[in-house]
Design a protein around this ligand. Structure first.
Ligand SMILES: O=C(O)CCC(=O)C(=O)O
Ligand SMILES: [Fe+2]
Length: 291
């Protein structure tokens, strides 16, 4: 389930052997664990080891690199700038690591948002079960259809009190899909057109996006599945990083406070083995073209 990569440097250079082994492990659904890779806060950034800068309506503070703007914080003026620079530094570090480790993806990969996660997961009250990340799920974003692209995320636990970030990791995507596909209901006619026209999705919601969101929701709604599905607990101790394809690796975040995360999107065509993608797996299982 885990594949370890030894480095303590975001700029590290990897041999061809390490790069191919990493791609193979990653695409086949393993979590790449970098047990010595941390992200040091600068002295003046340590004030952000606090929950007071989080907007109560948001679970994370996020940084949009293309707009150079933050969301989910109450910070103003000088603090806002400091916080933004901290997230921008993580964005650069994560991009460098991605390019060094996965040069084969470099021409096609797109960076999404960066997030800082100062809120303790355990005890947090989600707005609905669909937003409850303590339930096993594969990622699918209601407002941001990926149109088949892979979701790749890098996390770093920077907890200063020695607290692990605790995940449950579930069964392989093919098994998840086999279990939940029969329950996927047909969308109402014109659904995707209206969602896009009314601004409820940022881009067109393909059949793939609809199916992934249904699977995401059905998994979270099924309490028996949550309890009985094959699963393993993983404790990501502080000062470690991990890379995971969260659209295919079933996961639930149970506890932990203070982490960074960077999202990337990768077209299936850039994968070494596109058949491992949720898109190709769902197409094979349903017999339909989904994008
Ligand atoms: O914050 C975490 O550790 C992961 C939560 C999660 O499932 C997600 O962001 O998709
Ligand atoms: Fe998730």
């Amino acid at each position: 389930m885990l594949y370890e990569i030894q480095t303590n440097d975001w700029h590290n250079v990897y041999s061809n052997e390490v790069q191919s082994a990493a791609v193979q492990a990653f695409e086949s659904g393993k979590i790449l664990l970098l047990p010595q890779l941390t992200f040091q806060l600068l002295e003046h950034e340590k004030i952000f080891f606090s929950t007071e800068f989080s907007h109560p309506r948001f679970k994370n503070i996020s940084y949009n690199p293309s707009k150079d703007a933050l969301r989910g914080t109450t910070c103003q003026a000088e603090h806002y700038d400091k916080l933004k620079k901290m997230l921008a530094r993580y964005f650069l570090a994560a991009n460098t690591l991605m390019n060094q480790l996965f040069p084969a993806y470099q021409h096609a990969i797109q960076a999404g948002r960066t997030s800082f996660r100062p809120i303790e997961i355990k005890g947090r009250v989600p707005k609905s079960f669909r937003k409850d990340d303590t339930r096993l799920h594969v990622d699918a974003f209601p407002m941001s259809p990926t149109q088949g692209k892979r979701i790749i995320r890098i996390f770093t636990n920077i907890n200063p009190q020695g607290k692990a970030r605790v995940w449950r990791v579930g069964e392989p995507f093919r098994d998840v899909a086999r279990q939940f596909l029969p329950q996927v209901r047909k969308p109402w006619p014109g659904r995707s057109f209206w969602l896009k026209t009314l601004g409820l999705t940022k881009s067109y919601c393909t059949k793939y996006d609809y199916t992934m969101l249904q699977i995401h929701n059905q998994m979270k709604a099924d309490l028996k599945y949550q309890k009985n599905a094959l699963q393993t607990e993983i404790c990501f101790v502080p000062n470690t990083s991990w890379i995971v394809s969260t659209d295919s690796v079933s996961h639930a975040a149970m506890a932990g406070q203070y982490a960074f995360e960077q999202t990337f999107y990768l077209p299936v065509s850039a994968m070494k083995v596109p058949q491992f993608s949720p898109l190709r797996i769902l197409e094979a299982l349903t017999g339909h073209v989904l994008v």
